[in-house]
Design a protein around this ligand. Structure first.
Ligand code: ATP
Ligand code: MG
Length: 329
């Protein structure tokens, strides 16, 4: 059985003898090794990572309900992100502000580094052996790669929905929604859990369809319903940012439209970053748009970024115009 949470959990079996995961403090890099299960062990203070008082995390307003988020809208600010797989550089100094309470769409041809960038935003890039990066990712001004931050906190605050819906197929719909809470050891009363399940399924636009069959397995739902179940599962740990990597590419037009409606409703309380190859979708759901390009073997970079309407109607770069009008990619 595929274990969906495995994709976001620290990989304990990562080969340790190899150089493995590293944050590159500068380009050309100074390597700083990171233990796969926790904060980086600094070989020296990386210039790009400002010192933070130990234990001084983001301002938390703990919810009285189960879940671990703060309920406050958060911006995500990527600064000077470069990324490598081994010695191959695939992103070059990408900076992008993903504004609080907005939908930012990442567009661009296949292989330009959109998914890599997205995975860097919640520390999943480091799950790949030999992968490394330079730069900072600030969540409300705090670098998620700072040595005082736990990787599990970053992944809980910055959730991810994948291209292929990946619920626990044999687990009930109800238990799927709260599975993230169980894994993080959050304790809650049955009544609170019931409320949370209803709240998250409602936010994901699935409650009305499944309210009478919460004990049925998640795998019995349609693809579009499974994707909304995965969104509900992500919401249950109260993330501040939701990353979505082509969440509709495996879905039919009706399910796609339903997910797009869900995105429109969620963005009032969760900042959303979505990768999509569907230009109509980018135009429909996003407030701002970033166009990535990796031309002729060079690492991916952002060609242009701005309000979605301007990117589609009046882009500054001719390559943006050509791409959004389907002339390449
Ligand atoms: N695990 C990996 N190991 C080595 N190289 C990788 C790995 N993942 C991605 N790459 C390479 O990094 C580059 C960027 O890939 P990425 O998946 O980020 O592109 P993308 O823009 O998401 O493409 P697509 O639109 O096809 O999903 C590509 O050249 C790809 O081959
Ligand atoms: Mg991709």
């Amino acid at each position: 059985m595929t274990h969906p949470i495995d994709e976001t959990a620290p990989r304990w079996d990562a080969p340790r003898a190899e150089p493995g995961w590293a944050v590159r403090a500068a380009d050309p890099p100074t390597l700083v090794d990171i233990a796969p299960d926790g904060p980086p062990s600094h070989g020296g203070a990386p210039a790009t990572h400002p010192a933070t008082t130990a234990g001084a995390g983001p301002k938390h307003r703990r919810s009285a309900r189960p879940g671990t988020g703060t309920g406050e809208l958060a911006a995500l600010d990527a600064r000077g992100i470069s990324a490598w797989f081994g010695e191959r550089k695939v992103l070059d100094r990408v900076s992008l502000t993903m504004r609080a309470g907005q939908v930012t769409a990442l567009i661009g041809p296949s292989g330009c580094g959109k998914s890599t960038f997205l995975r860097i935003l919640n520390r999943m890039h480091e799950l790949v052996s030999g992968a490394s990066l330079a730069g900072e990712v600030l969540l409300d001004g705090q670098d998620i790669y700072d040595s005082s931050r736990r990787v599990t906190d970053a992944r809980r605050q910055i959730g991810m929905v994948f291209q292929k819906p990946n619920p626990f197929p044999a687990m009930s719909i109800y238990d799927n929604v709260i599975s993230g809470l169980r894994l993080t050891g959050v304790k809650a009363s049955r009544r609170d859990l019931d409320d949370l399940v209803e709240e998250c399924l409602a936010k994901a636009g699935l409650w009305k369809e499944v309210r009478d069959r919460l004990r049925q397995p998640g795998g019995a739902l349609s693809g579009g319903q499974q994707q909304r179940l995965c969104i509900a599962r992500s919401l249950a740990v109260r993330p501040r940012v939701l990353l979505m990597d082509e969440p509709c590419s495996a879905l039919d037009p009706t399910s796609t439209r339903r997910i797009e409606e869900t995105i429109g409703e969620l963005v009032a309380e969760v900042t959303i970053v979505i990768v999509t190859h569907n230009m109509q979708q980018a135009a429909r759901v996003s407030d701002e748009c970033a166009f990535f390009l990796a031309s002729q073997g060079t690492p991916g970079a952002i060609v242009e970024y701005g309000p979605t309407s301007a990117m589609f109607d009046n882009p500054q770069d001719s390559r943006t115009y050509d791409y959004v009008h389907g002339r390449f990619g």
